[in-house]
Design a protein around this ligand. Structure first.
Ligand SMILES: [Zn+2]
Length: 154
């Protein structure tokens, strides 16, 4: 078995769609940055790359490359999953925590879990999506994601 851990943060920005975990959420502001700014899928990709010691998302998809501007972050997860598969592993389960002031994630968590499960070809019961508000952290203008994955030998 292998464990992987990923972390990411993005700043909120008006006028872009909010994508978290491969799902578009209704909110007046989205996340700025690399690709579509999907903080949860970026942390997930890094957890998968990390589990098989295959670098990180910046290794394979440099933010300096204009090719990835506005890209669907599912591409990064697919490549990370391919690397894990090539190393002989499949995903056993995923646990994640989002830290953001708003919007509330709980109402959308089932859809996000389902989407991540689809991307990883596993059951939604093996994908946890939890969320907290950034009490005392002073990060109200950011969304932060922590993800751990467990891989098992195929
Ligand atoms: Zn990111």
């Amino acid at each position: 078995m292998r464990i992987g851990y990923g972390w990411d943060s993005h700043e909120f920005k008006a006028g872009v769609p909010l994508r978290i975990g491969g799902v578009e959420l209704p909110h007046p502001r989205g996340l700025a940055g690399h690709s579509d700014g999907d903080v949860l899928l970026h942390a997930l990709a890094d957890a998968l790359f990390g589990a098989v010691a295959a670098g990180d998302i910046g290794t394979w998809f440099p933010p300096s490359d204009p090719k990835w501007k506005g890209a669907d972050s599912a591409i990064f997860v697919a490549e990370a999953l391919r690397k894990a598969g090539a190393a002989g592993y499949s995903v056993a389960n995923v646990d994640s925590t989002l830290i953001l002031a708003e919007p509330r994630i709980a109402p959308h968590a089932p859809r996000i879990r389902q989407r991540i499960a689809e991307l990883l070809a596993i059951d939604a019961a093996a994908v946890a999506v939890k969320a907290k508000t950034p009490e005392g952290m002073g990060t109200e203008n950011a969304a932060i994601a922590h993800v751990v994955v467990l891989l098992e030998r195929r």
